[in-house]
Design a protein around this ligand. Sequence first.
Ligand SMILES: NC(=O)c1ccc[n+]([C@@H]2O[C@H](COP(=O)([O-])OP(=O)(O)OC[C@H]3O[C@@H](n4cnc5c(N)ncnc54)[C@H](OP(=O)(O)O)[C@@H]3O)[C@@H](O)[C@H]2O)c1
Length: 211
Amino acid sequence: MTTAIVGLGNIGSRLAADLVDGGEPVLLASRDIKQAQELAGRLGERATAVSVDDAVERADVLILAVWFDTIKELVTQYGDRLSGTIVVDPSNPIAPDGKGGFTKTIPASESSGQVIAGLLPPGARPVKAFGTLMADSLSTAANRTPHRAVGFYAADDTEAGDVVADLIRAAGFDPLKVGGIDQSLRIEVFGDLHEGSLETLPSAAEAKNLL
Ligand SMILES: NC(=O)c1ccc[n+]([C@@H]2O[C@H](COP(=O)([O-])OP(=O)(O)OC[C@H]3O[C@@H](n4cnc5c(N)ncnc54)[C@H](OP(=O)(O)O)[C@@H]3O)[C@@H](O)[C@H]2O)c1
């Protein structure tokens, strides 16, 4: 199973480090291959720098760690080449509100998870994951003791969800499925299970009571 991360900013770079720490090989892709090469060099032999094209070609699991609008662009650009691929969407559809905060860029009742899933070609396997925590928490809460922090995900395709659950585990969190893609709203920003809405980051056992 080949995992690739496209976009190596706050989320992509931290997730790459978590996965490599957990023994998971990853392909790393950025627009500027030098950025991917530099990160791969720091993370060691489990990380390999590739072009975005190669990541799309080789990945069984493609984590699109880029902003919502960029995910839409990439999904449109790569179209049918994503058929059969597990496409992981960590996005939160937000933009600065001009007052120091953030505002949602799509209607409050809609989730980016559902929008992205709707844009994917037939056969693509969307999973919503890795967007519930703030980027810093992806580093600081990984492998928390004594109780690991929860890593929520949403998927319609059970097998695809199980594959991503294994990656969540490798990244140092305990996976917990919230439901199908239609439950993405709960784990995106402003959702009740997003880190910004929770007082503390629950363990998976604690989080089960919140479902
Ligand atoms: N930051 C958080 O705390 C947080 C928490 C949860 C979820 N998320 C979500 O995670 C996603 C990534 O957020 P982030 O904070 O990591 O953003 P970021 O730090 O701005 O990183 C985004 C990365 O996407 C790359 N990129 C842009 N267009 C690209 C393209 N066409 N092809 C390949 N790479 C491209 C950028 O590379 P360049 O340097 O080439 O522009 C940049 O490295 C967003 O959807 C966000 O909503 C973020």
